[in-house]
Write a protein that binds this ligand. Structure first.
Ligand SMILES: NC(=O)c1ccc[n+]([C@@H]2O[C@H](COP(=O)([O-])OP(=O)(O)OC[C@H]3O[C@@H](n4cnc5c(N)ncnc54)[C@H](O)[C@@H]3O)[C@@H](O)[C@H]2O)c1
Ligand SMILES: [Zn+2]
Ligand SMILES: [Zn+2]
Length: 382
């Protein structure tokens, strides 16, 4: 089959790889119909996540058609059109029972933090991903969800990560009616988080980024205020001033370990790799939320040893909540939101690229060229 192949930092290409096979009675093989590139893939592409191995196929956001099922698969049938959550979850461990599907203990038994993830580094189990023609899907009766009749595949594929992650970011923020919410990062995840903040009753939603085209997109898509961090001087001071000097009720970090905006953090964490990435957005989130506020983190901090102002967390009495999105838990509600028109995920898609051009798609998304918000890859058979 054709599949994306990681060759080292900033180098990916399309290669022929062996077709995946059923390795376990609970597996299914899925023929991919759509697969996205995510900001999380960029951390891999930029060589920042430990144990990202040459030869890996990335891709944790995909839809497809079930081509084959293992002998113990009961719910899924050959021919089903499915969307597949990015978390690989067994469905029966202690964590899955609490609906913490992103923290499954079985799918990534080497680790005690994150569960298995498709197409990520070996720290997330080393499973091959969906930027390919076919993919092996373990625990096939647990994660994959049959795409409801009439739902657009472009909406469905965004229900595998971006929509639940944005929604969970807002949910973890504990947003109450009348709250002011600040979202750092106007990528697909941050824009979706801003959109979802309204659903929880926010009275004011502010998004911060340094890419003008994304701020403009966010203003239209999420109907929020949007500010360029480069023009704010000190973003923390600006946010304090605009919130009666108290700070925001909720701050959401939808940036993660590759934040711009602080020369020292960029130099030490992203250029010289002397600390694990830069935590500038998290820094700003902690410092611009009000005392007793909530910081919700969905930005990924894959590298270890990231420096954050932990003293201020203590002195301000903050609640910080973070996790990988628990996609399966949120899907029923989010499918309803898409079907009723409350959410319009496919509106985030700016680039539809043949799988053959995967290398170009990574370049455009990584370098933020051509007003790119969200690229999806389409195999020729789809
Ligand atoms: N927890 C989860 O389940 C989960 C799921 C998906 C993605 N993620 C993570 O969420 C983050 C966002 O994903 P995405 O796909 O939107 O990525 P993206 O790279 O498209 O967007 C990140 C945005 O942050 C902006 N940015 C950089 N520095 C900033 C700063 N200091 N302040 C404000 N904005 C800044 C960038 O310009 C960019 O627009 C990534 O870290 C990704 O790994 C987490
Ligand atoms: Zn993703
Ligand atoms: Zn589990």
């Amino acid at each position: 089959m054709l599949a994306m192949n990681y060759r080292g930092p900033f180098r990916v290409r399309l290669d022929r790889k062996p077709d995946p096979e059923i390795l376990h009675p609970y597996d299914a093989i899925v023929r991919v119909t759509r697969s996205c590139i995510c900001g999380s893939d960029l951390h891999l592409y930029h060589g920042l996540v430990p144990d990202t191995r040459v030869g890996m196929t990335f891709g944790h956001e995909f839809t497809g058609v079930v081509g084959e099922v293992g002998s113990e698969v009961r719910k899924l049938k050959v021919g089903d059109q499915v969307l597949v959550p990015f978390n690989i979850a067994c469905g029966s461990c202690n964590f899955c029972k609490q609906e913490l599907f992103g923290n499954c203990h079985e799918s990534n038994s080497q680790a005690t933090a994150v569960g298995g993830i498709f197409g990520y580094s070996h720290t997330a189990g080393g499973y091959a991903g969906g930027q390919a023609e076919y993919v092996r899907v373990p625990y096939a009766d647990v994660g994959p969800t049959v795409i409801p009749e009439g739902m657009d595949l472009d909406d469905a594929v965004l229900l595998t990560d971006v929509v639940p992650t944005g929604y969970q970011a807002a949910e973890m923020g504990g947003i109450k009616k009348g709250d002011t919410v600040v979202v750092f990062g106007a990528g697909p995840v941050g824009i979706m988080a801003a959109r979802c903040a309204w659903l929880f009753g926010a009275a004011r939603v502010i998004i911060i980024d340094h890419l003008e085209y994304r701020l403009e997109f966010a203003r239209n898509y999420a109907q929020c205020e949007a500010y360029n961090l480069r023009s704010l001087g000190d973003p923390v001071l600006f946010l304090k001033k605009t919130t009666d000097h108290y700070g925001a009720d909720v701050c959401i970090d939808a940036v993660g370990c590759e934040a711009a905006g602080d020369t020292m953090q960029t130099l030490l964490g992203r250029k010289m790799l002397m600390q694990g990435g830069s935590a500038t957005a998290l820094h700003w989130a902690i410092n611009s939320v009000k005392k007793g506020g909530i910081v919700s983190i969905v930005g990924v901090y894959g590298p270890i040893d990231t420096l954050v102002p932990i003293g201020n967390v203590v002195n301000k009495g903050l609640t910080i909540r973070a996790n990988q999105a628990s996609v399966k838990r949120l899907l029923p509600r989010l499918i309803e939101h898409v079907q009723s028109g409350v959410l319009n995920p496919k509106g985030l898609i700016t680039h539809r690229v043949p799988l053959e051009e995967v290398s170009e798609a990574y370049h455009i998304f990584s370098a933020k060229l051509d007003n790119c918000i969200k690229p999806i890859l389409i195999p020729s058979a789809a």
